[in-house]
Unconditional design. Sequence first.
Length: 201
Amino acid sequence: MDDGDTQPTSRPGGRTARTREAVRDATLAELAGHGYAGLTVEAVATRSGVHKTTVYRRWGGVDGLVVDALALTDEDDWQPLDTGSLEQDLLALAREVLTAFADPATGPSSLAFIAASFQSPRAAAALHATYAERHRRSAAIVTRAVARGDVPAGTDAGAVVRAVVSPVYFRHVIAGEPLDDTIARQSAAAVTLAARAGTYA
């Protein structure tokens, strides 16, 4: 079976939805505990209580499990914080990323998703879509700042959002350096000054 053709479906509140939730939870737990390299259909099936033939039939394999777990991001109701201040909004965004990496419950699986994107084209496409959706929602921070006259019209919201969170990703994912609130505050302050100066316009 080609897992690229397998798309799990769900019926809110039904057995299918409960099965999908159990498998997603198990996938996240396995990613957190063993990383992408250690993720197996058998382990997810055992942890979720769903028979492995069902997992193979509906998700196709490891890549299908990763893609469906990433789809959780598109289904939540997350929106960026509105503090009334560009710098504070950006600081809150950077802190959210920092906190997600530092959290023992979410940090390992976040790293596993990134690792998966280097080994699986499907995982890479899904992760790209996840980031694109987060950036789309985060653009409201810049839209509000433009409306307040805080930054020039035409400021590239995507560039601003990527700029404020990139130092967190670099330090944690690439450099393997410890994270603390200093990097979030420095990044938010620097990007705010640059945006007000028209750097991203």
